[in-house]
Design a protein around this ligand. Structure first.
Ligand code: FEO
Length: 435
């Protein structure tokens, strides 16, 4: 490897290097050959990237070949290839590891394959489907190996071992472990959108916010899969974590894994023991839906197996509730119908649930109405769209509830609680609902 062309570890932090980049020596035989994107302000449309991001790609040199681990976004292909050419020639490359096939990591793959068509591509079982779509009718022209947890590729005196870690972020994701150096390539996992050309976590600026913001928006919807990935990673000896975005974690890498473990661990579950949790959110224009919410609360709270909470969304701020909802077992939303719709704050809260896993939670809707009362069914449809189970038909009451109707609300609450504790009988189907 032409070491004179690399920025050395010893020189790190003494000066900022040009944004156009140059390869960086990450460890013995390992080079960063990615690209900086300091001007990016929005990633995947929805993520804010206040100081840009990096597309980290790596070259690993063994005695019998060079492996490339991931590439970069298509616009940065030229930078990536220039960096690559500084550390290896194309005929030396034996292996291309694609830990994740989202375009920000595979944009340079077509051009790399054009220049090094002989290399063997290592992808996960789900990754091969995306690779086929990426390469289209050229797919059959290349050597592709599907790799699973425990499979290895030898570069002579260096060995890459694969860990299948799906859904961190897409179904195709995997991690790759450089055995002889205890170095783990994680792509999106343990990464963040933070662009600092000093590149190493002990040299860059404060990226704690970016690290957690990235977790919240990329990993949080897949918490269960993150747990599975951590279970695979934690037993490894780890000297360094080399993610696909943001700083390379060479100082205290285990602290980042431990922080992920904390982020995926349920807080509320440990507080309430064996109880199920039901959250009731409501908005009320004239007090009618508020009365309904209180009655639903009373009915549900009779069940000792359920811990019930009641929240008035009139406070307007919905973000703090997202954490609670993530840990809850059941959610009920009370909204009046105004202009044929549910109230905006309810929609704001429901929109915020896109970042968390609501699949399988119990959902319910209720509300007062004056004329048409569409809001309850609209909220139910949204809950079903979030893959929640909605076993109880929503409860609509015209104007203010009577005493009998408040009893019906209490009974609605009792049924929701019974659904949560597994005490509910089968739902009686009203044939009018089927029309
Ligand atoms: Fe960095 Fe899921 O792509």
């Amino acid at each position: 490897m032409p070491a004179h062309e690399l920025r050395s570890n010893a020189a790190r932090g003494t000066a900022r290097v040009p944004a156009v980049g140059a390869p960086v020596a990450v460890a013995d035989r390992v080079s960063w050959i990615g690209a900086f994107d300091p001007h990016l302000r929005s990633f995947d449309i929805i993520l804010r990237t206040a100081n840009g991001t990096t597309y980290n790609a790596y070259a690993v040199r063994g005695s019998d070949g060079v492996a490339i681990v991931d590439t970069v976004k298509q616009e940065f292909t030229e930078t990536f290839l220039r960096n690559l050419e500084s550390v290896a020639s194309y005929d030396e490359i034996t292996t291309l590891v694609l830990n994740h096939l989202e375009p920000d990591h595979t944009g340079a793959v077509p051009e790399l394959l054009r220049r090094a068509p002989h290399l063997n591509i290592c992808v996960s079982p789900r990754g091969v489907q995306v690779l086929r779509a990426l390469l289209k009718d050229r797919f059959e022209d290349y050597s592709v190996t599907v790799v699973r947890t425990g499979d290895t590729v030898s570069l002579g005196d260096r060995t890459l071992r694969f860990l299948t870690t799906p859904y961190v972020h897409w179904p195709d994701t995997q991690c790759t472990y450089l055995e002889e150096q205890d170095l783990l390539f994680t792509c999106d996992l343990l990464g963040c959108h933070f662009c600092d050309e000093r590149l190493f976590n002990d040299q860059v600026g404060d990226f704690r916010f970016s690290f957690e913001y990235y977790f919240d928006h990329i990993m949080r919807p897949f918490k269960g899969y993150v747990v599975e990935a951590l279970d695979l990673i934690e037993p490894l000896e780890i000297e360094m974590i080399a993610p696909g975005h943001g700083p390379i974690l060479r100082a205290h890498p285990r602290e980042y894994i431990a922080h992920y473990r904390r982020l995926v661990t349920s807080r509320l579950a440990s507080e309430v023991g064996g109880q199920k949790t039901l959250l009731i959110f409501y908005l009320s224009a004239y007090g009618a839906t508020s009365q309904m919410a209180s009655a639903v609360y009373e009915g549900a709270a009779e069940n000792a197996g359920v811990r019930v909470s009641l929240f008035d969304l009139q406070v307007g701020e919905v973000t703090p509730f997202v954490d609670l909802i993530e840990e809850a077992d059941g959610l009920a939303f009370g909204t009046p119908t105004i202009n044929g719709d549910a109230v905006k704050t309810v929609w704001d809260l429901l929109a915020g649930l896109v970042d968390i896993d609501t699949k399988g939670k119990l959902g319910a809707a209720f509300g007062s109405y004056g004329w048409t009362g569409e809001a309850v069914a609209m909220v139910e449809a949204r809950l079903q769209g979030l893959k929640m189970r909605v076993p109880e038909k929503g409860l609509k009451i015209k104007l203010h509830p009577t005493e009998e109707e408040l009893d019906a609300c209490r009974d609605f609450g009792r049924r929701l609680a019974a659904q949560l504790t597994g005490q509910a009988g089968p739902r009686e189907i009203d044939f009018a609902d089927l029309q």
